[in-house]
Design a protein around this ligand. Structure first.
Ligand code: RIB
Length: 291
């Protein structure tokens, strides 16, 4: 029988994005506006959408180079520790003495839902010159926790498959929108952008938490699936696992239905352990769950 998911090709992927140290408070329920609630635990985890997506792609079998800016402080070492230990290439992580490493204050409820406040710090620095060229690779993944200018530079000077996770949602240029071969958004971000994410050539994926996910090509739906049912502990990083997994699968030329299922499974598995990076699944775990 032919396996559905090819392990043969090792895609080479550049990820350009943010690094944060996540300070995670577990709460019985998330506070409302102006409300104070008592936390149950307070823990520190490596995070940041860029770092999470780099590690996710690496665990899914890609050869990953990560480009980021951190502060010249101990927080950077803590925030990059898992990527370093697992062999993500960090040669391009710049240390700046102008800003501290980014941090995120995260409240996670017993149902696994979260609220996140990011203090960008060094993530707000454009650390690349206008003429910077990324190494040749199959794909580039970016998100929006770093300056748009940085995303513009790397995507203009790169000729491979370009995935942009439009999170957090902010206005972007028409050039960036049309340059993207794959846009990934959740339903809130999809509502922010409206129809423009579909008025372009390329793939667009929209996730709806545990309910469903849809994949569009040139504005037309080509796949729809429901993630596997899991008991969520912490949904932080699920979108990052989904983004990386969909890019890996499409880079391996998986058919749309398979690629979307693979990404949904990676996203669902990423909710089962506390912490953004601690929970990111390996290729083996995702394949085992797909059966
Ligand atoms: O996507 C999850 C990430 O968002 C967290 O790790 C946090 O650092 C914020 O960047």
């Amino acid at each position: 029988m032919t396996p559905k998911y090819s392990r043969e090709k090792t895609p080479k992927i550049n990820v350009v994005g943010s690094v944060n140290l996540d300070l995670v408070a577990t709460v019985e329920r998330l506070p409302g506006t102006g409300e104070t609630v008592s936390g149950l635990t307070l823990e520190r985890f490596p995070g940041g959408k860029g770092a999470n997506q780099a590690l996710a792609a690496h665990r899914l079998g890609a050869d990953v180079s990560f480009f980021a800016c951190v502060g010249d402080d101990n927080i950077a070492d803590e925030a990059l520790s898992i990527l370093k230990d697992e062999g993500v290439k960090l040669d391009y992580c710049k240390r700046s003495s102008d800003e501290p490493t980014g941090q995120a204050l995260i409240a996670v409820s017993l149902e696994g839902e979260n609220q996140i406040v990011v203090i960008p710090g060094a993530n707000s620095i454009n650390f690349l010159n206008q003429d910077f060229h990324l190494p040749t690779a199959d794909a580039l993944i970016c998100q929006l926790e770093i300056p748009i200018e940085t995303v513009e530079i790397v995507s203009s000077n790169f000729s491979g498959f370009f995935c942009i996770n439009l999170a957090p949602a902010v206005e972007i240029s028409a050039r960036l929108m049309s340059r993207a071969d794959l846009i990934v958004v959740n339903e809130t971000e999809a509502a922010f952008y409206g129809n423009i994410i579909h008025q372009r050539q390329g793939h667009t994926a929209i996730t709806y938490g545990p309910k469903k996910a849809k994949l569009f090509l040139d504005g037309k739906i080509i796949a729809k699936t429901t993630p596997p049912k899991v008991k969520p502990i912490d949904t932080t990083g699920a979108g990052d696992a989904f983004t990386a997994a969909l890019t890996v699968a499409l880079t391996k030329n998986q058919p749309p239905e398979n690629a979307l299922k693979y990404a949904c499974t990676a996203g669902a598995l990423a909710t089962m352990i506390k912490g953004a990076q601690t929970s990111l699944p390996t290729e083996e775990t995702v394949l085992a769950s797909l059966g």
